[in-house]
Write a protein that binds this ligand. Structure first.
Ligand SMILES: [Mg+2]
Length: 411
């Protein structure tokens, strides 16, 4: 059995800011993308701000109405990045199998380290103590035999806690949690599960595997295995390249598409969902975009183009996808399915954390849309184009996030 830790720095941005500015220690504090205009979005808050109901994604002036004494500070991504790298050095002393998950979380595979450092829980205690002593920051660490449960463990108790999830206690600790607490269960999957009367992780675990497979495909099988602690995905070693080579979604229309306007709607829907995945996965910007088309005779065509300047916004993706489509599709037959994928990622320092460092207006707008979608559901904001055919609106593109992956495995 493996020993895997998931370490999550508590309130990372806000905690770093409180270290840099001790005067904010006992005040409610929000870290924002921008504070020059009052429309900056709250990216992180300390516990005091949280107790007033301040939430990530709130616009600063709105947060201020909930908490009049709220202090705002502009995010300092290079400071967070530097500290994150220094903390990585602590992790590296225990294992080289470390897989970062965003800037403030990572998995560590410490299997076989017991003879040097002790049990998983003891290693977690050592790490937590060291981070507290050196940086004055706290972590929540989950200890388990697989990545999914280790992550759940780190979410279970916060801040400054260690939670061990064992084959003996996982049913009591985890199975009564809502299904969406499990990694990769997004809103779309949650809603589908609710339709089958599945609300908790335990109910996924006890569901019929074939039923889940039938309803959710391969993804259903993954969920079943995750909920039963059968996740055997490895912790990617720190010096291994990130494996994501391309991110793509495709959609089959409920009817033949006869003209460019129809196809454009799907291409924009897909571009939105691909852009969301790029943001969620912190993949950076892509150089290459590819559009594939299947006509109603089931013949498939495709074309890709590489751009010198990398891109990631839904707007740019949509424009490029439409241009590419018009260049190669000759309308010999109506269109049945389209796909958009991007590859050739160029990751910049800022991409590792967040998207708020984008200075251009469009980036800001998309960031807001991204946060709204995260908060209120994928379909809460839609393009006007999609309203041209209301039935497109009901097509669940977000559900395709994980199912229609190319060569990247999301687990
Ligand atoms: Mg965290």
């Amino acid at each position: 059995m493996r020993t895997i830790l998931h370490s999550d720095l508590n309130n990372f941005y806000a905690s770093v800011e409180m270290l840099k500015h001790p005067e904010f220690r006992n005040k409610p504090l929000a870290v924002c993308g921008s504070i020059e205009d009052r429309h900056g979005v709250v990216l992180a808050k300390n516990y005091l701000a949280k107790s007033f109901g301040v939430k990530t994604g709130d616009v600063f002036w709105q947060a201020k109405t909930k908490c009049p004494d709220l202090e705002g500070i502009q995010a300092d991504f290079s400071a967070y990045y530097d500290i994150s790298l220094q903390i990585m050095e602590i992790y590296k002393r225990y294992t080289d199998r470390i897989e970062p998950f965003g800037i403030d979380e990572c998995w560590l595979d410490v299997s076989g380290c017991a003879k040097y450092f002790g049990s998983g829980k003891q290693i977690a205690e050592l790490i937590s103590g060291e981070i507290k002593e050196k940086f004055g920051l706290t972590v929540s660490i989950g200890v388990s035999w697989n990545k999914i449960f280790a992550k759940l463990g780190s979410d279970l108790k916060k801040p400054d806690a260690i939670t061990e999830i064992t084959p003996e206690n996982y049913r009591t600790l985890i199975w009564n949690l809502p299904a969406e607490n499990m990694l990769f269960v997004g809103r779309a999957t949650k809603e589908k599960l609710h339709r089958f009367n599945i609300f908790t992780i335990g109910e996924i675990a006890l569901a019929d595997k074939d039923f889940l497979f039938g309803k959710l495909g391969k993804w259903g099988e993954y969920l079943y295995r995750y909920a039963n602690g059968q996740d055997d995905s490895p912790v990617t070693a720190v010096n291994q390249d990130r494996k994501v080579k391309s991110v793509g979604n495709s959609l089959t229309s409920y009817r033949d598409l006869m003209n460019f306007e129809d196809v454009k709607t799907l291409l924009l829907l897909l571009s939105d969902s691909v852009a969301t995945r790029i943001r969620e996965g912190h993949y950076g910007k892509a150089h290459t975009i590819k559009v594939t088309v299947t006509d109603n005779q089931l013949k498939t065509y495709g074309k890709q183009e590489r751009y010198a300047i990398p891109f990631r916004s839904a707007g740019e993706l949509g424009k490029k996808a439409c241009k590419l489509f018009s260049e190669f599709y000759d309308w010999a037959a109506p269109v049945r399915a389209v796909g958009v994928s991007v590859s050739d990622f160029a990751q910049t320092k800022e991409d590792l954390f967040d998207f708020s460092s984008g200075s251009r207006k469009n980036e800001k707008m998309e960031e807001t849309v991204f946060r709204l979608k995260k908060k209120y559901g994928y379909n809460c904001v839609q393009r006007a184009q999609i309203l041209k055919d209301k039935r497109f609106f009901d097509m669940d593109v977000s559900g395709g996030h994980l199912i229609f992956t190319d060569d990247n495995k999301e687990d």
